[in-house]
Design a protein around this ligand. Structure first.
Ligand SMILES: C[S@@+](CC[C@H](N)C(=O)[O-])C[C@H]1O[C@@H](n2cnc3c(N)ncnc32)[C@H](O)[C@@H]1O
Length: 387
C-alpha cells in the first residue's frame, strides 16, 4: 500500500474550486510549498488543517491532480469503484456497446489514465509512473474482470513519464474491426495515441446527413480515413490528405473494408497546407471540405502561433469548399470562442459567407465534469457555404 504522509495546506480559492468539483490544484495554491515532495507522490490536501482531498503530485508539473475528496484508501476497491462507474456511464447512460472511451482521466476521476475499448482490444495511455508501479496490475485486472477484453496495450501518454509499452492478455492481438453506424474501421492499437479518434465519433456520423450521392469530399488530416469512410458510404468521391504514410495505408484498407470502388477515393501523402495551396492554384473545388488537424499547440504560450496556423488552414479550406465546410480543433488551449473567431476571420479573408449549422464538441464518452474546463478540448463546427 502507498503511504500518504505529506499534508499540504491549500488556499481558500483552491478549496472552493474543489468544492465545485474541480479536479486540479495549482502548486501556487499550496501554502507550505516547501513541503512539496521531491518525487511523484500521493499527498493529502487540507484546508484550515482539515482533510479536503488526496491528490497525485509530480514535481515535473505545477498541477496536482485530485484522486478523491473522500478520506479513503487508494487501493483496488478505489479503482474498481471508479472503473465500474465509468463503464455504467458508457453502457447504461450513453448506450454504447463494444467500443468506447472507458476512462477519460479526470473526467472519470482517474487522473493520468486514458483507456479505449475496441471490442475485445483495449488501449491505455498512462502518464504516471507511480500509478504504473503501484496500481497498473490492479487496474488491468479490473478491466479484464468487468469486460470481454482479451488484450490490453499500455503505452506512455502525451507528455507523460517514460513508461515502457506493455501488453497484457493475448499478446498477438493488436487489430480489430469496429462499427460506427454503417461504417467499419480497422483499429490498430499500435497506431497514433490509442489507435483511433473516438472523440470524433458523433461528428463523423453527423457528417453523413450532409453528403449527397456524387459529392466530391476533401478530408484534410484524414488519419485512418474516419470522415472519408462516412462520406464514401453515402455515395461521395473522397480525397484524403495526411502526412502519415502509415495512417494512409490504414485509410485505404478502411475504405476497401467498406466496399468503396477504387475510382471513388484517393489518398494523398503530403502537408495539408501545401496540398491545399496547389489545389487552389489548379482551381479545384469540393462540395464538402473537412479540416481535422492535430493540436497546433501543447502550451498556453504557443496560442498565437496556433491561431495563425488555424487561420491559414481554414482560409485554404474555405476557399476550396462549395457547400459544406467542417472545421475542427483539438487544442486544449484554444477555446470555443477563440476558435470560432479565427474561422470567421478566415472566411472574411476568403470573402465567403458562412452559415453556422452546428457547433459540436467531443463525444460524450470523453466526459466534461462541470468545474473542469480543461477536459473540454474538441471543437467541430459545421458550416453551410453560402456563395
Ligand atoms: C486529429 S488527427 C485526424 C483524425 C481523423 N479525422 C479521424 O477522424 O480519425 C490529425 C491528423 O493530422 C495529421 N497531420 C498532422 N500535421 C499534418 C499536416 N501538416 N498535413 C497533413 N496532415 C497532418 C496527422 O498525421 C494525423 O493523422
Amino acid at each position: 500500500m502507498v503511504m500518504i504522509l505529506i499534508k499540504l495546506e491549500i488556499d481558500r480559492r483552491a478549496y472552493n474550486s474543489i468544492k465545485n468539483f474541480s479536479r486540479l490544484v495549482y502548486t501556487k495554491a499550496i501554502k507550505n510549498r516547501g513541503d512539496l515532495p521531491k518525487k511523484e507522490e500521493i499527498v493529502t490536501l487540507t484546508y484550515n488543517g482539515k482533510f479536503v482531498a488526496k491528490a497525485l503530485y509530480n514535481p515535473k508539473s505545477v498541477i496536482l491532480k485530485i484522486l478523491t475528496t473522500e478520506d479513503e484508501e487508494i487501493d483496488y476497491d478505489f479503482f474498481y469503484k471508479r472503473i465500474f462507474n465509468a463503464k455504467i456511464y458508457r453502457e447504461n447512460i450513453l448506450n454504447y456497446k463494444n467500443t468506447y472511451r472507458w476512462i477519460y482521466a479526470e473526467g472519470d476521476e482517474l487522473p493520468t489514465i486514458i483507456f479505449d475499448k475496441y471490442n475485445e482490444l483495449g488501449a491505455m495511455q498512462l502518464m504516471s509512473k507511480l500509478i504504473e508501479k503501484e496500481y497498473l496490475k490492479d487496474i488491468v485486472d479490473i478491466l479484464f474482470e468487468l469486460s470481454d477484453l482479451e488484450t490490453i496495450y499500455v503505452k506512455r501518454g502525451k507528455k507523460g513519464e517514460r513508461i515502457r509499452d506493455k501488453i497484457f492478455g493475448d499478446k498477438n492481438k493488436f487489430e480489430t474491426v469496429i462499427k460506427e453506424g454503417d461504417a467499419k474501421f480497422k483499429v490498430n492499437v499500435r497506431g497514433h495515441k490509442t489507435g483511433f479518434f473516438l472523440d470524433q465519433r458523433e461528428n463523423r456520423l453527423y457528417l453523413e446527413k450532409f453528403i449527397k450521392e456524387g459529392d466530391r469530399v476533401l478530408d484534410i488530416c484524414c488519419y485512418t480515413g474516419g470522415f472519408s469512410v462516412h462520406a464514401a458510404i453515402r455515395g461521395a468521391e473522397v480525397v484524403g490528405v495526411d502526412l502519415s504514410k502509415k495512417a494512409l495505408k490504414l485509410a485505404e484498407e478502411n475504405i476497401e473494408l467498406n466496399n468503396i470502388p477504387k475510382d471513388r477515393y484517393e489518398f494523398i501523402e503530403g502537408n495539408a497546407f501545401e496540398v491545399m495551396k496547389e489545389m487552389i492554384e489548379d482551381k479545384e473545388k469540393f462540395d464538402v471540405v473537412i479540416l481535422d488537424p492535430p493540436a497546433f499547440t501543447q502550451t498556453e504560450d504557443d496560442i498565437k502561433n496556433a491561431l495563425r496556423a488555424y487561420a491559414s488552414l481554414n482560409y485554404l479550406g474555405i476557399k476550396l469548399a462549395k457547400r459544406i465546410f467542417v472545421t475542427c480543433s483539438c487544442s486544449h488551449h484554444v477555446d470555443k470562442e477563440m476558435f470560432k473567431r479565427t474561422v470567421i476571420s478566415s472566411a472574411f479573408r476568403a470573402k465567403k459567407e458562412l452559415i453556422m449549422i452546428d457547433y459540436k464538441g467531443q463525444a460524450p464518452d470523453h466526459p466534461i465534469s462541470i468545474g473542469n474546463k480543461n477536459l473540454e478540448y474538441l471543437k467541430c463546427i459545421f458550416f453551410y457555404v453560402k456563395n
